[in-house]
Design a binder for this molecule. Structure first.
Ligand code: NZQ
Ligand code: ZN
Length: 385
C-alpha cells in the first residue's frame, strides 16, 4: 500500500427528516445564499423545507444552476455574494449544484481571474467561503469530497479542480428526497458511483486489502440495489443504501493508499462538453473500451474484479476479462444506459473532435501509469462506436 494522508472534515447528517438539523448546523447569525438548480428544489418542496429550517436567518436565493454547471452562471452568484454581504452558502441539489457552490465559494475569495481555479486544478485556491449542502441526487460524492467540475460554455471546456478548502462543512442526506428523481437520474447516479469505484479499484494491485474489499462491497451493493431502485422505486431502504454507497464511492476513503485512474472520466468530460450527454452516460460509453484496450496493464485487478464481483473464474485470462467487461456493459444497459457512441447519434467523425479537445486540455497522459495517450484514447473510443 502507498503512504497516504486522509483528511475529510465533512459532517454528514443522514436520514429522513434531517433537513430540520440545518437549524443546528448553520450559525444563527449567518447570512445565507441558497443555491439550487432548475426547478426540482422548488417543485419537490425541498427548498421550502430548507427555508423553514433556517427560520429567521437572512436568506437570499440563487436558482438556475444547470446540470454541468457553467462558469457563466456561477459568476453571477459570486456578484450576488458581494452585493448582499453573504457569509454562508447552502447548496440544495445534486452534484451540479454542489460542484457549482464549491466553485462559487472559492471564486468569491479568489484574487485574480477565477477561471484560473480550474486551469490550476485548484492549486491556486488558498481560501474559500464556508458552505454546506442538502443532497437531492446520490451520484457524485460531491457532498463529501473536495472536487468540483465546471464547464465554460464559450470554450466548450469542462474542467475539474480539487482543494481542501472546498469540503462542505456539512451535508444533509435524506434518502426520502430522492423519491422524486426521474428514472434517468436514478440510473445515472448508480452508474456514476460504479465508475467512481472502478477508477480507484481497477488499476494494479498494491496489497491494499481493505480498500479492495471495501470497493468490491460497494460495487456489489450497486449491482444488487441499482435495478431495485428502478423496479421498486418507493423502497426507502434501497434509496438509503444507494445514497450512502454513492457518498462512500468518492469521499476519498477507498482511494487512499492506492493508484487511481480517472482516464474514463477525463474522456467522458469531453463528450459532455461537446455533445451535452449526461455525465454518467459518457463514462458508461468509455469504460468498456477502456478496460478492453488496457487489459494488460490492468490484468491482475481485472481478474480479481471478475472473480470477486462477478464470480467469473472459468476460461483463459482473456475469456475471463472479456466476460467481466461484458457483465459490466450489461449492468449499465440493465439500468437503461446505452454504452455506445452510436446510441447517442455520434460516429467516427466525433472521435476526431474529442481528440482535439483532449489535446487542447492537456489530457495526453492519462491513467494510473500515465500511458493513455491520444492514440490510446482514440482506440478506446473506436472500440465503443
Ligand atoms: O436542475 P434541477 O431542476 O434541480 O433538476 C436536476 C437536474 O436536472 C435533477 N434533480 C436533482 N435532484 C432531484 C432532481 N429531480 C427530481 N428530484 C430530485 N430530488 O437531476 C438533474 C441532474 O442533476 P445534476 O446535479 O446535474 O446530477 P449529478 O448529481 O449527476 O451531477 C452531475 C455533475 O457532477 C459532476 C459531473 O461532471 C456533472 O457536472 N461530477 C462531480 C464529481 C465530484 N464533485 O466529485 C465527480 C463526478 O465524477 C462528476 O464528474
Ligand atoms: Zn463521475
Amino acid at each position: 500500500m502507498f503512504s497516504f494522508d486522509y483528511y475529510n472534515p465533512t459532517h454528514i447528517s443522514f436520514g429522513k427528516g434531517k433537513i430540520a438539523e440545518l437549524d443546528n448546523l448553520v450559525a444563527k447569525d449567518a447570512k445565507v445564499l441558497i443555491l439550487f438548480g432548475g426547478n426540482s428544489a422548488k417543485s419537490t418542496g425541498t427548498l421550502d423545507e430548507v427555508k423553514t429550517a433556517l427560520g429567521q436567518r437572512k436568506v437570499v436565493e440563487f436558482g438556475g444552476i444547470e446540470p454541468n454547471p457553467t462558469y457563466e452562471t456561477l459568476m453571477q452568484a459570486v456578484s450576488i455574494i458581494k452585493e448582499q454581504d453573504i457569509d454562508f452558502l447552502l447548496a440544495v441539489g445534486g452534484g451540479s449544484v454542489i460542484d457549482g457552490t464549491k466553485f462559487v465559494a472559492a471564486a468569491a475569495l479568489f484574487e485574480g481571474e477565477p477561471w484560473d481555479i480550474l486551469l490550476s486544478w485548484g492549486t491556486k485556491v488558498t481560501k474559500a467561503m464556508p458552505f454546506g449542502s442538502v443532497l437531492t441526487l446520490p451520484a457524485t460524492g460531491s457532498e463529501m469530497n473536495s472536487a468540483s467540475v465546471v464547464t465554460r460554455k464559450e470554450y466548450q471546456a469542462k474542467l475539474s479542480f480539487m482543494s481542501n478548502h472546498v469540503y462542505p462543512k456539512f451535508s444533509v442526506l435524506d434518502p426520502s428526497k430522492t423519491f422524486t428523481l426521474p428514472e434517468r437520474q436514478v440510473a445515472n447516479g448508480v452508474v456514476d458511483a460504479f465508475i467512481h469505484i472502478t477508477e480507484q479499484y481497477l488499476t494494479y494491485p498494491v496489497n491494499a486489502a481493505v480498500q479492495d474489499r471495501f470497493a468490491e462491497g460497494l460495487l456489489q451493493t450497486l449491482i444488487e440495489l441499482g435495478p431495485k431502485a428502478l423496479s421498486e422505486p418507493n423502497d426507502f431502504d434501497v434509496r438509503a443504501n444507494l445514497m450512502w454507497v454513492a457518498t462512500l464511492a468518492l469521499n476519498g476513503l477507498i482511494g487512499r493508499g492506492v493508484p487511481q485512474d480517472w482516464a474514463t472520466h477525463m474522456i467522458g468530460h469531453e463528450l459532455t462538453a461537446l455533445y451535452n450527454i449526461d455525465h454518467a452516460r459518457t463514462i458508461a460509453i468509455v469504460l468498456p473500451g477502456m478496460l478492453d484496450c488496457r487489459r494488460e496493464g490492468k490484468q491482475a485487478k481485472l481478474l480479481q474484479y471478475a472473480e470477486r464481483v462477478w464470480g467469473i473464474t472459468d476460461g483463459s485470462v482473456d475469456d475471463i476479462i472479456d466476460a467481466a467487461i461484458a457483465k459490466t456493459r450489461a449492468f449499465f444497459e440493465t439500468m437503461g444506459i446505452q454504452t455506445r457512441l452510436t446510441d447517442y447519434g455520434l460516429d467516427a467523425s466525433s472521435i476526431n473532435q474529442v481528440m482535439a479537445q483532449l489535446e487542447a486540455h492537456g489530457m495526453t497522459a492519462l491513467g494510473e501509469k500515465k500511458d493513455v495517450d491520444l492514440a490510446m484514447s482514440r482506440k478506446i473510443l473506436e472500440r465503443n462506436l
